[in-house]
Design a protein around this ligand. Structure first.
Ligand code: CP
Ligand code: NVA
Length: 309
């Protein structure tokens, strides 16, 4: 049984297969309605149970549509309507029930340990739909979007991240090692990525460089990423953190440091870390990026069900 919890745990062979499958399936969906099933109906009759302990728009919609397009179905649980937590039902019993009623479980949680606990007690695949420390389905989908737009392997591109060292960046660092692309990170000194992850990247021949000057980070890049300075449930002094990031905003001036044909990506939702001009400008591919989540979620599901071709 295959789980999808972190990019670092998945072989590059399987990661590439996931991307390729997404490409194949996307190309076959011209003239399909959103909920029409793919012709081969690979997950006919399968139920994906999803639970969000934090807000979500894109991940919720894309997993729902993904399983429907594979001819399965989805049920979304609200954590406040379960007996788990306040009602006193144990995680292991909850996991057992979810495993016997459903065929795969997607969880968005603040608590990375909870993903591991569920994994321990589940007999069905578990998918990380964002945790405190990672957002693997987002980043894998972003690799797909970049290769789709740039029409070349991401290993030949220079990627730049400007902003907070959060869950999305952690997964991007893992992806940069796995897919072997150069990653420049531009962030304030005291918000650099966690040392253990950087050590892991270095040990695995990662090409990760950190800059405290965003112009230097952006210089010559093919792709510029950013994300909110304040993530969901970020337990920080918000006004202080926003002030610390005052000079780390993606503006047209920063875009002009990157390559002429560079693209701008943002997982959404957005805050004040990007100017309207960039976000709504020609180089921004954020809407295509968001919609592509559907295609990569489909492949992630097929990977978990052992059905990748
Ligand atoms: N990018 C992303 O995961 O969006 P949601 O939080 O809306 O799911
Ligand atoms: N870093 C953001 C990503 C949202 C999709 C957060 O965790 O809130």
């Amino acid at each position: 049984m295959k789980h999808f919890i972190n990019i670092r745990d998945i072989s590059i062979n399987n990661l590439k297969k996931i991307i390729l499958e997404a490409k194949k399936r996307k190309s076959k969906r011209k003239n399909f309605n959103t909920l029409d099933a793919d012709k081969d109906s690979p997950l006919k009759g399968k139920l994906l149970i999803q639970m969000f302990e934090k807000p979500s728009l894109r991940t919720r919609l894309s997993f729902y549509i993904a399983i429907k397009q594979l001819n399965g179905g989805a049920l979304t649980l609200r954590p406040d309507e379960l007996h788990l937590n306040k009602g006193g039902e144990s995680l292991s019993d909850t996991a057992k029930i979810i495993s016997t009623f459903g065929n795969a479980f997607m969880l968005r949680t603040d608590n990375d340990k909870k993903l591991e606990e569920f994994k321990k007690h589940m007999t069905i695949p578990i998918i990380n739909g964002l945790s405190f420390s990672s957002h693997p389905s987002q980043v894998l989908s972003d690799v797909f979007t970049i290769e789709e737009i740039k029409k070349k392997s991401i290993s030949k591109l220079q990627i730049c991240w400007i902003g907070d060292s959060n869950n999305v960046l952690n997964s991007l660092i893992e992806a940069s090692v796995k897919f072997s692309f150069k990653l420049n990170i531009g962030c304030p000194k005291k918000y650099e990525p966690i040392k253990s992850l950087l050590r892991w990247a270095k040990k695995n021949k990662g090409k990760v460089n950190i800059f405290n000057d965003i112009k230097k980070a952006a210089m010559g890049s093919d792709v510029l990423f950013t994300d909110k300075v304040i993530s969901m449930n970020d337990k920080v002094n918000k006004s202080k953190k926003l002030k610390d990031f005052k000079n780390f905003k993606v503006t047209s001036k920063i875009m002009s440091c990157a390559k002429k044909d560079a693209i701008f990506l943002h997982c959404l939702p957005r805050g004040s870390e990007v100017s309207n001009e960039v976000f709504l400008g020609k180089q921004s591919k954020v809407w295509q990026q968001a919609l592509n989540r559907i295609y990569v979620q489909k492949s992630i599901l097929l990977y978990c069900f052992g059905k990748l071709r």
